[in-house]
Design a protein around this ligand. Structure first.
Ligand code: FA5
Ligand code: MG
Length: 392
């Protein structure tokens, strides 16, 4: 297989990062905190859990009959065409909104998924490939969600003979009921079940398939793994939508695609309890991992959490991700969780109040009251000024 791997980029300075991603365009909503995460290239570090798991997944695919081309160095800045239009994601889809996505300009953004590169690789003639990269989303904040994370995309096309020369299905129902659809979907699930077996080598690992929906696959599925007493979603996948292939000049072909969250799989494989740990510079984390080896993470501390509540009346324009973003901008990796613990609407005024519980906890050290009070005070001040909320 051809392999197009690029070397690790040097970490950019704050000023460099900001000048590229914080453009001054009226639609730009990238914060300095996010700009500084771009380019860390954790997935290319062979002794980092994300690099180790990526290498292991690539090794599984290298052992299959189909030959997969491997990519891991595409620019995370993509266009709305690449990230959405090519994939049948309509203009009004919530995933495209500024409350969910980091825009540099009205047409350029930090990719929200590695599916943003599917069409370009298909157009260039790659029939089976893996493509890994960092992706960015304005999202909720807890132990398994971080605004920057890593995905690996996988795509495989089937030959026209394998599809019995059939591609002209009268409608969605006819396609879903066809033996051709079944061939692709079965191969997809078998390939991913084989992957999980290979990566985890653990007969006790509990997994489950669920039906899902993506505009760019039909049918669509997700796979969950049981971890820390709950089902953790590790990947989305499906049979590539005919319209997506058609746009790539591949109307006569069918195939499958998947996108898996590397952090989610790595958390389970290495027993890493919190997604923020992947971004730490702490030696106590890094010295536990070696290239090519799976080991169980031994937490080096359980520093106590500090809880702080904040309650406010919201303006009509209020969106929760703006508050999550603000918290992350002010508290950075010291924020473990932002939880909405109470919301109600005053029947007389029609105004809505939200109360959030912020969990502050460092992975590396004990926090002092003085520093947390200072962070919480800035969060209150900034919420009032930047989000126009009325503190209670
Ligand atoms: C997608 O991103 C689709 N592009 C996947 C896909 C590809 C479907 C190809 C069909 C064909 P989703 O939004 O569910 O789907 O994200 C995929 C995975 O990324 C999730 O299953 C999860 O493992 C991971 N993920 C999503 N959000 C976060 C987050 N905030 N932090 C960490 N991991 C996340
Ligand atoms: Mg999903």
């Amino acid at each position: 297989a051809r392999s197009v791997r690029t070397p690790v980029r040097p970490r950019s300075t704050v000023a460099e990062a900001e000048s590229r991603f914080i453009t001054g365009h009226p639609d730009c909503n990238v914060t300095p905190y996010i700009a500084n995460l771009v380019g860390r290239d954790l997935h290319k570090k062979s002794a980092h859990p994300l690099g180790i798991i990526k290498d292991r997944i690539e090794a599984y695919f290298a052992g299959l009959e189909t030959s997969y081309d491997v990519f891991d160095g595409e620019d995370p800045v993509v266009t709305t065409t690449q990230c959405f239009d090519d994939l049948n994601i309509p203009p009004e889809h919530p995933g495209r909104s500024k409350s969910d996505t980091y825009y540099l300009t009205d047409t350029e953004l930090l990719r929200t998924h590695t599916s943003a590169h599917q069409s370009q690789h298909l157009r260039q003639g790659h029939e089976a490939f893996l493509c890994t990269g960092d992706v960015y989303r304005r999202d909720e904040i807890d132990a398994s969600h971080f605004p920057a994370f890593h995905q690996m995309e996988g795509v495989k096309l089937f030959s026209e003979e394998e599809m019995n020369g059939q591609t002209d299905f009268s409608d969605k129902e006819a396609w879903l009921a066809s033996p051709e659809c079944d061939i692709v979907a079965k191969d997809l699930k078998a390939t991913l079940e084989g992957l999980i077996k290979y990566v985890f080598d653990d007969p006790d690992l509990q997994t489950r398939w669920r039906d899902d929906y993506f505009p760019f696959t039909e049918p669509s599925f997700e796979l969950d793994v049981f971890y820390q007493d709950e089902w953790l979603e590790v990947l989305g996948c499906g049979v590539i939508h005919a319209d997506v292939l058609d746009r790539c000049g591949l109307a006569s072909r069918r195939g499958w695609a998947f996108g898996l969250g590397l952090e989610r799989l790595a958390m389970v494989l290495f027993a890493i309890p919190d997604i923020r740990l992947f971004w730490t510079d702490d030696e106590r984390f890094h010295k536990q991992f070696k290239a090519g080896q799976v080991s169980t993470f031994k937490p080096y501390s359980k520093y106590p959490p500090v809880f702080k509540d904040i309650a406010f009346w919201c303006p009509e324009s209020y969106v929760e991700n703006d508050f999550n973003e603000l918290a992350r901008s002010i508290g950075g990796e010291l924020i473990e969780r932002v939880e909405n613990i109470d919301t109600f609407t005053n029947p007389k005024t029609g105004k809505t109040s939200n109360c959030y519980r912020i969990t502050y906890r460092s992975m590396d050290r004990s926090l002092t009251d003085v520093e947390i009070n200072a962070l919480q005070d800035s969060l209150r001040d900034e919420a009032a000024s930047a989000l126009s909320v009325e503190l209670r």
